[in-house]
Design a protein around this ligand. Sequence first.
Ligand code: SF4
Length: 177
Amino acid sequence: MTTAHAAPEHAAAAHLRARVARQFGRSLHIRTLDTGSCAACEQEIRLLAAPHYDLHRLGFFFTPAPRHADLLLVTGPMIRAFGVAARKTYEAIPGPKLVVATGACALGGVYPSDAFTHGDVSEVLPVDVWIPGCPPSPLALLQGLLVAVDRLAGKAGALTFAADDPGPAPGTGENPS
Ligand code: SF4
């Protein structure tokens, strides 16, 4: 019985993983960035990696290193004290890259711009995808990430990863990162 119910989910997961691989050429790595959130958005993001949602099976992974990231997932209203650090984090990510603003705070719907906060992530970073909600549910986050994959594929143009890209010649000592 369990197998009969699980099979469509496995098929859907396989389809989504193939979509990520087809659109992007490999798995996609996410760097989260808290710019002053209440931490509820982070709780929902953490749930994505839990067994119930199992984000990894779809080809998404979290990384603490901006240089290993493809996508910046930003929460919070972008407090002014964090603006420079946010910009440096964004600049450390190799292109093509995306910024996903997550939650009502990041979208400018909670705090006004004042002496302490920009009130909107797009005041500091070029936002590509907006995910509303306070906080957004894991399924809303997942939907936003899938939209992001399509946008990233568009940014990259004709992607030529994997078989089309031979990479550095063996023994050249080039660092692929
Ligand atoms: S959008 Fe809502 S849940 Fe997310 S950081 Fe802002 S107040 Fe908290």
